[in-house]
Ligand binder design. Structure first.
Ligand code: ADP
Length: 489
């Protein structure tokens, strides 16, 4: 791919309408909303502002396409995904530029997201042809227990702004593989990447109505009627725990199946025997990927007192040396936060910790001027009473506390409503296994700062969610198990 693709060209070729029944069109009421570049605070373009009426049209299209799509041979569904994987990979540069423009992360990070996001299509193209049933002789011998797995039906997929390509592909991939139709409702901050992705899937041969996209500036009122509509059979949501709770409550009405990938509050634990350089490398990934705006970001650092100073010095060095700026500029490592609200929240969390006695080692003050920048920040002596220890930061801030007793540290690490991910650095195998078994999180990184992998099940315990995405279980979220009791004379 040439690197001469310009901002104007990529914006120009991206669809701006709703995708309903295979056609991109304006919102019924003719309304649009602005998409902003967080590095400058300026408007990139306008996209269709869908209403509840548009969303119900999309559900009508998904519902009409469901039975023929479910009957489409698995190999055909697999090949559509495989072609889309290929197209995404070939167009890495233009998709990465679009991600950076509307979300803010650096081009290098956006390219990595395209590779990660595309991989869900390759993975689920391989799963589409391996949807298995089961056949068992009834223990009494008088019959057969036959199991089949069928597509659950039309799905509503609601995705966040922080990973605007891969959060949609992580849901669309298994839904296509399973034979489900769907309505994608991308985040209002990042609708453009979703629209470009929809265009690529159409080009890859996805039939009309299988994927519908409704962009909107009012997510609650637009999705609520769908959740109460009997034609919808599944809701898959990635976003905040707060919105997840609202959606779970609404889903009770029609006993809608839900998958929820919600907030995290990941501990990053460095034991006395850890390889400190490796731990710092891992911390840079776990903390700074996506400018800290990730549910799997390291949110609280627990350092053994014996290694705390060395780790903190090295981390501070690396964090303070990072290049901050507009993500489109080559060499920039840390882009802006998504909006003024997020920047102000991060600033308030840091100020609260400092008031309670935390010390700033680097950063700690929001930049002024255009764009929503916050510098990489390291804080030590962060008390457990501070908001930073309880709330998801979603920013480039590393709050550090120290420990000497492993059991006390474990209690503190688990003392949160969240249970998504934890990270442990140690060279002691017994300790690694002990901590992995006792940390109350759906994922644990041992000597590794990155757990995301399309071939592994991603998801959380406690209030971090329900269900898993990716891996060999990811497709189950989109399948119903049907049991057929066969009498044998
Ligand atoms: P974040 O804090 O990361 O922005 P949100 O949970 O607010 O996370 O948003 C994640 C997704 O949920 C976005 O697509 C957003 O538009 C959508 N969303 C927000 N509020 C609601 C709601 N009340 N009902 C349905 N979707 C919502």
């Amino acid at each position: 791919m040439s690197n001469t693709i310009t901002e104007a060209a990529v914006l120009n070729k991206t669809e701006k309408g709703l995708l309903i029944g295979g056609r991109f069109r304006a919102a019924a009421a003719g309304r649009t909303f602005a998409v902003e570049n967080p590095a400058t605070g300026t408007t990139l373009c306008e996209v269709a502002d869908g209403s509840a009426e548009d969303a119900l049209d999309a559900l009508g299209a998904a519902s009409a396409a469901q039975s023929s799509w479910a009957a489409t041979p698995p190999r055909e569904r697999a090949e559509i995904l495989r072609r889309a994987y290929q197209l995404l990979t070939e167009r890495t540069e233009e998709i990465a530029l679009l991600i950076t423009l509307e979300m803010g992360k650096s081009l290098a990070e956006s390219r990595a997201e395209v590779a990660y996001g595309a991989e869900f299509f390759r993975w689920f193209s391989e799963e589409a042809v391996r949807i298995r049933g089961d056949w068992t002789v009834n223990p009494g011998g008088s019959g057969r227990i036959v199991l089949m797995r069928q597509p659950v039906g039309p799905c509503l997929l609601i995705t966040p702004w922080n990973v605007p390509l891969a959060m949609p592909t992580r849901k669309i991939g298994p839904a296509i593989a399973a034979g489900c139709t769907m309505i994608l409702k991308p985040a209002e901050q990042t609708p453009l990447t979703a629209l470009m992705l929809a265009g690529i899937l159409a080009e890859a041969g996805l039939p009309d109505g299988v994927l519908n996209v409704v962009t909107t500036s009012s997510p609650g009122p637009v999705t609520e009627p769908l959740i109460h509509d009997e034609r919808l059979r599944k809701l898959s949501f990635t976003g905040s725990t707060e919105v997840g709770r609202i959606l779970i409550a609404s889903s009770a009405d029609k006993v809608l199946r839900t998958s929820m990938e919600l907030g995290g509050n990941g501990p990053f634990i460095v034991c006395a025997d850890a390889d400190i350089d490796a731990a710092v490398d891992g911390a840079m990934i776990a903390k700074m990927r996506n400018i800290g705006q990730a549910c799997i970001a390291a949110n609280r650092f627990y350092l053994h007192a014996d290694v705390a100073e060395e780790f903190t010095d090295k981390l501070t060095d690396r964090m303070s040396g990072m290049a901050v700026g507009s993500g489109v500029d080559e060499g920039v490592e840390v882009g802006p936060l998504i909006d003024a609200g997020q920047r102000d929240k991060v600033a308030a969390l840091v100020d609260d910790a400092v008031r309670r006695g935390a010390h700033i080692r680097t950063g700690g003050k929001a930049a002024s001027g255009p764009g929503y920048f916050y510098p990489p920040t390291v804080l030590t002596d962060v008390p457990s009473s501070s908001r930073l220890a309880r709330e998801e930061i979603f920013g480039p801030v590393a709050p550090i506390s120290t420990f000497t007793d492993e059991q006390e540290m474990l209690r503190a690490a688990n003392d949160t409503e969240s249970g998504l991910v934890s990270y442990v650095y140690t060279r002691d195998l017994d300790r690694a296994i002990r901590l992995a078994e006792n940390l109350e999180t759906g994922m644990v990184g041992i000597n590794q700062g990155l757990v995301s992998n399309p071939a592994a099940p991603f998801g959380g315990m406690k209030q971090s969610g329900l269900g898993r995405e990716g891996g060999s279980v990811g497709i189950d979220e989109y399948l119903e198990v049907k049991y057929v009791a066969v009498g044998v004379a």
